[in-house]
Design a protein around this ligand. Structure first.
Ligand code: GRF
Length: 199
């Protein structure tokens, strides 16, 4: 299966996928890595792995829709079976969602539907929940609202800081991403309303 991965930052989730794809039995290949900014480690990881890379910055376009069209065209040119948002900090538009309906997934560092947005671990800590975690889901036109593919929980410990909790979540998140995507590419998936079934 062909994966295109979108990143905005360090790309540790991308790296976990690249490492998993090194085993042919995993059944997938990261063919391209796209970003909304230059100079990030995520792009460097893609280059080192021999994947194609591309960057589209919103500010280089007059209209947001033009950025969305460029992103859609670049991703489509790699003919992906799955598009993975892994720390990609942009909401895509209607064109992109239409082009990759039912095969655009995002990993988020909270147990959805709690703590949407970019500060999942911080918000979980502030709320005082005792379980935090990560969610893999299909992206729809809301913010972190699409059908859930997989979730993993980790404990919140009494002496956690945002950093220690974030690291615990991200470790579980990477494992979940690799496991769930591997199952999806090898066994297929169906989406019936909000219910996602692998295999
Ligand atoms: C992940 O924890 C993801 O849930 C959040 O951003 C983080 C990306 O980390 N949206 P990385 O770039 O994969 O290291």
């Amino acid at each position: 299966a062909r994966l295109v991965v979108l990143v905005s930052g360090s790309g540790s989730n991308l790296q976990a996928l690249i490492d998993a794809c090194a085993d042919p039995a995993y059944g997938a290949e990261v063919v391209a890595v796209g970003a909304d900014r230059d100079g990030i480690e995520g792009l460097a990881r893609g280059e080192r792995a021999g994947a194609a890379t591309f960057v589209h910055r919103v500010r280089d376009f007059d209209e947001r829709a033009d950025w969305d069209a460029a992103l859609t065209a670049s991703v489509a040119s790699y003919e992906p079976d799955l598009v993975v948002s892994a720390g990609f900090l942009k909401l895509v538009g209607a064109d992109f969602l239409a082009a990759f309906a039912d095969r655009y997934v995002n990993t988020h560092n909270s147990l959805l539907p709690s703590f949407v947005g970019i500060h999942g671990p911080r918000d979980a800590l502030a709320y005082g929940v005792k379980l935090a975690g990560a969610t893999l889901f299909f992206v729809d036109d809301g913010v972190d609202t699409g059908p859930i593919i997989a979730q993993v929980a980790v404990p919140v410990l009494d002496d956690d800081t945002e950093d220690t909790l974030l690291e615990r979540i991200k470790e579980a998140e990477r494992r979940q991403l690799v496991d769930a995507l591997g199952s999806m590419v090898r066994r297929g998936w169906t989406i019936d309303g909000r219910k996602v079934t692998i295999g």
